[in-house]
Design a protein around this ligand. Structure first.
Ligand code: PEP
Ligand code: MG
Length: 591
């Protein structure tokens, strides 16, 4: 049989699943009837619509309860979003008036109302709105199916080792379909940040999205391999191939066990220098992996995720507080909460300016907060409140570009502290405060900034983008995005040295910190605290445990005299191979 097909997409969960395909019905193809309702039947039609909405609510509640033990609250909030849409009285009213005034059937009337809303969202090219469109489409399909008394999941008979194949898997589908028989997911559409991907990660199901035509080439019952490590999906694999993938899955399990073992070991170089490995956190689902990989704290909590979770509303002080409190409850060590960093290339939120010509250089991060002090105040109050109960909490400000701006931020922090003390709130008056060093102007003047703060955290993601004038999300110029560019290397070196000379703490929380290729270089520059995606901790630890600081310092000395990114990169890799016995294997591991 030579009808094997290989499809390429984006891997979401780096593991392998092998099973039989179940191709889900393309719900976008549900036929929506269009007819006029006789006047005497109008009330009945309205009733039919209202009860379909009620039934949909019950189904979503049911789905939410089904998953209650598997997912935590932030995932379950997806269902709350769906319930909120269904409880939106204006949606109901508009549909009812279309039925009454235009004598339209309920399916068509509801679809028209949803279509209008989706049209508004479509004009905004943004992940956040893309997700809201998905939510609306999902809801529309469910209500219409209920109007037609179709049970969208009734025909699904899940067998052992099922691979779900679909155009998209809506969050509500996933909840109804998920059980331990599902060993893989393959979808035509979707990206890393869509709800389905986030849920797939939380449930740890090997997943590949963005395959374009999986639903066209895969038939029910086909044997399918989902390789979330490479982003491959193989349909009707050869038998010999299947055993290779079974082995790959086994290797993944072994790797995880090995990683957990490495994570338990001391974080020290051969010559005994203690190195701190912390985690970057975005959502609660990451808490277990912080424990698993022994993160020594949170070096960066990206608080924009709280804002996204509550969008389009703004999080209340209590919502902030509750999340920060749960960080304290689940994580040991220091917890650095970075204040809101929305804007630029980051997710869109209603509160942002929509018409900036150049948003990456625009009103983002702390600039936005200084403009919207109401939003800033709410967040700072919550951080200060939690600092009164948990001294490990620190506050960090993103995108600081100079001393004046920093002073304005710190004055505002002081103002809020005074206000809260006056109100009798318990806060940590001496809460440690720090800044991200991610704008080249800040990296030029670390000595001046160091006087005002307790710590720096180097944000290489933005620092490289601004230093090299490379949009970090533009794949046309991505080839120029080089952490090993001499200008970047010199900047980072200067910031670390300056922090150490000025006696303040310094860490790095950009992606470079979690890339084991750069661990030796950063150690040689004097960096002792790294913050990264928790899953990267074991690799970085494996590297640092096999080197001596003096060797790393020599590496830095050589690199600082080099003229180009390619030369520097070659040298670092060559030295890594020389210094670290296991480096070749470590380099090949995908996270
Ligand atoms: C950075 O810029 O390096 C960073 C850690 O922040 P973010 O990726 O959230 O911009
Ligand atoms: Mg940044």
């Amino acid at each position: 049989m030579s009808n094997r097909i290989k499809l390429k997409g984006t891997g979401i969960v780096p593991d392998v699943g092998i099973g039989k395909a179940l191709v889900l019905e393309d719900k976008t193809k549900i036929v929506i009837p269009y007819y006029n309702v006789l006047e005497e039947n109008i009330e009945g039609e309205v009733e039919r619509f209202i009860s379909a909405v009620e039934k949909t609510k019950q189904q979503i509640e049911g789905a939410k309860n089904n998953l209650n033990s598997d997912l935590n609250s932030s995932h379950l909030s997806i269902f709350d979003t769906h319930l909120l849409i269904l409880k939106d009285q204006s949606l109901i009213d508009k549909t009812v008036s279309l039925i009454k005034e235009k004598l339209l059937n309920a399916e068509y009337a509801f679809k028209e109302v949803i279509k209008e809303l989706i049209k508004k969202f479509k004009s905004i090219e943004d992940v956040y709105f893309q997700q809201r469109r998905e939510d609306l489409e999902d809801i529309a399909t469910r209500v219409i199916a209920n109007l037609q008394e179709k049970d969208l999941t009734a025909s699904l008979d899940l067998k052992e080792d099922t691979i779900l194949v679909a155009k998209v898997i809506h969050p509500s589908d996933l909840s109804l379909l998920y059980n331990d028989k599902v060993v893989g997911i393959a979808t035509d559409y979707g990206g890393v940040t869509t709800h389905t991907s986030i849920i797939a990660k939380a449930l740890n199901i090997p997943t590949v999205v963005g395959l374009h035509n999986a639903t066209k080439v895969v038939l029910d019952g086909d044997i399918v391999i989902v390789d979330g490590i490479e982003g491959d999906v193989i349909v009707k694999p050869k038998e010999s191939e299947t055993s290779v993938y079974i082995e790959k899955h086994q290797k993944r399990l072994n790797l995880e066990r090995e990683f957990i073992e490495i994570s338990k070991k001391d974080s020290k170089t051969i010559d005994g220098e203690r190195i701190y490995l912390l985690a970057n956190v975005e959502i609660e689902e990451e808490f277990p992996s912080l424990k698993k990989f022994n993160a020594e704290g949170v070096g960066l909590y990206r608080s924009e995720f709280i804002f996204l979770k509550h969008a389009p509303d703004l999080p209340t002080e209590n919502a902030h507080y509750n999340f920060y409190r749960s960080l304290c409850d689940h994580v040991n060590g220091e917890i650095i909460i970075r204040t809101l960093d929305l804007g630029g290339e980051k997710f869109f939120h209603e509160v942002l300016e929509k018409d900036e010509q150049n948003p990456v250089l625009g009103l983002r991060a702390v600039r936005f907060c200084l403009r919207r002090k109401d939003i800033f105040r709410t967040q700072l109050r919550a951080i200060l409140r939690v600092s009164g109960e948990c001294e490990r909490v620190k506050v960090m400000f993103p995108l600081i570009s100079g001393v004046d701006e920093l002073k304005e931020v710190l004055e505002f922090l002081d103002e809020i502290k005074k206000e809260m003390i006056k109100q009798g709130e318990k806060i940590n008056k001496n809460i440690k405060k720090g800044i991200m060093i991610e704008v080249p102007s800040a990296a030029e003047i670390p000595d001046l900034l160091a006087k005002y703060v307790d710590f720096f955290s180097i944000g290489t993601n933005d620092l490289i983008q601004y230093c090299l004038a490379i949009d970090r999300n533009n794949d046309k110029v991505n080839y120029l995005y080089k952490p090993s560019h001499p200008a970047v290397i010199r900047m980072i070196n200067r910031v670390i040295k300056s922090a150490n000379e000025n006696g303040i703490d310094v860490s790095m929380c950009g992606e470079m910190a979690g890339n084991p290729k750069f661990t030796t270089l950063l150690l040689g520059m004097g960096l002792r605290k790294f913050s990264m995606n928790a899953a990267s901790i074991p690799l970085v630890k494996a590297v640092l445990r096999s080197v001596k600081i003096s060797d790393c310092e020599q590496l830095v000395e050589r690199v600082l005299s080099m003229e180009s990114a390619s030369q520097i990169e070659r040298h670092i890799i060559a030295m890594n191979h020389k210094l670290i016995p296991d480096y070749e294997r470590l380099e090949g591991i995908k996270l």
